[in-house]
Design a protein around this ligand. Structure first.
Ligand SMILES: *Cc1c(COP(=O)(O)O)cnc(C)c1O
Length: 360
């Protein structure tokens, strides 16, 4: 490989940045797209509303535009280290997009199981272009995950869903980055929850940093699920989860126990938000803070808005909200609330444009 003149001028990806803190065999070569190192963006809008210091961890700024890349670099690197030739995952879209990209770099064959008709077009395009073999299943994500696990038991394919502990090792680096940037853990951490790997990974990361003395505390964890797919809120699996936030359309989260442990150990909680709240939070975040996220990613934003409306106070506290994936992944859902997109059409004439814009 060619050595650049100033390699330290570019973020190296989560394995090389945090290798000594990750539970990976030390000689594991990194399969990386330089994931992680995502911005923590101050939310003027939510800070103003709440009187808190609110930061957005913008995970759409990863190579395949969701946080899944953090766990995929570790899972695929380990799969290669262990001699795998093929990898499989069940996915609501982003895991398959990420797995396909990292498998392409590593020369592995990617096999994807997705629920029929429920994958956003952008995510499907990613998986297809990166060369995944895609199998649509007449069923939901939970059915796909069961099938992916059983395939990995009976055939020579490595499972890279977040039940694979290597995924959480990579994903916990988001908590490291937050503490490294802020200088300590925040008071609260809010995020969307689907299969619950991410909340488990954040808790792992915050706990590790507190144990190492790199943070003086751990945040209160608050997870938000879609009302139509809220098993951690009700305590019961949802046999037919339904929500427009397809990335969290999961009825029986694989990391259920770890998510409950994160809640209990942090004094946190889970709550549900409706699709209407999610989509309205998505639009407000885009138009007020300039951050365009996919619907599921707005669940934490909808969550803090709901809590503020219910009289909860975050005043004077430091809050981080993870926005998990990029808005361009699913433009169809984003635009549903808008009718005719642009109905102002003028001749190629400055005065006509000025009149139409109300300037003249
Ligand atoms: C995967 C995903 C989630 C849910 O994360 P879990 O680890 O399954 O709880 C939320 N938002 C987006 C954009 C995702 O891709």
């Amino acid at each position: 490989m060619i050595t650049p003149a100033n390699p330290s001028r570019q973020w190296r990806g989560v394995i090389e940045e945090y290798r000594d803190l990750l539970d990976l065999p030390p000689d594991t070569a990194a399969v990386t797209l330089r994931e992680g190192g995502t911005p923590l963006v101050h939310s003027h809008w939510l800070s103003g509303l709440s009187g808190a210091e609110v930061w957005l961890k913008v995970e759409g700024d990863n190579p395949t535009c969701s946080f899944k890349d953090r766990g995929m670099t570790t899972a695929i690197s380990l799969a290669v280290h262990e001699g795998a030739k093929a990898v499989v995952c069940a996915s609501t879209g982003n895991t398959s997009a990420s797995m396909a990209a990292y498998a392409a770099r590593a020369g592995l064959t990617p096999l994807v199981l997705v629920p029929e008709g429920k994958i956003a077009a952008g995510k499907m395009a990613q998986a297809i272009l990166h060369g995944a073999q895609i199998i649509m299943v007449r069923g939901n994500f939970d059915h796909c995950l069961t099938m992916a696990k059983e395939l990995s038991w009976s055939y020579p394919v490595a499972l890279v869903n977040s039940v694979n502990p290597a995924r959480l090792e990579g994903q916990k680096t988001a908590a490291f980055e937050i503490v490294d940037f802020l200088g300590d853990a925040p008071d609260y951490h809010l995020l969307p929850v689907g299969n619950a790997g991410n909340i488990a990974a954040y808790w792992l990361g915050y706990t590790q940093y507190a144990d190492l003395g790199r943070a003086t505390k751990r945040p209160v964890m608050r997870g938000f699920q879609a009302a139509g797919a809220a098993p951690l809120v009700t305590g019961e699996p949802f046999p037919d989860p339904e929500t427009k936030a397809t990335a969290i359309r999961i009825g029986n989260p694989a990391s259920w126990k770890l998510a409950e442990a994160a809640r209990d150990e942090s004094g946190g909680r889970f709550a549900a938000v409706t699709d209407e709240q999610i989509l309205s939070a998505q639009r407000d975040l885009a138009s007020r803070d300039g951050v365009f996220v996919e619907p599921a990613s707005a669940a934490g934003i909808a969550g803090i808005l709901q809590e503020l409306a219910q009289g909860e106070s975050y005043a004077g506290r430091r809050v981080v909200i993870t926005v998990t994936g990029h808005g361009l992944k699913d433009t169809a859902t984003a635009l549903e609330a808008f009718g005719e997109l642009v109905d102002v059409v003028v001749d190629a004439d400055v005065e006509a444009a000025a009149r139409a814009a109300g300037l003249a």
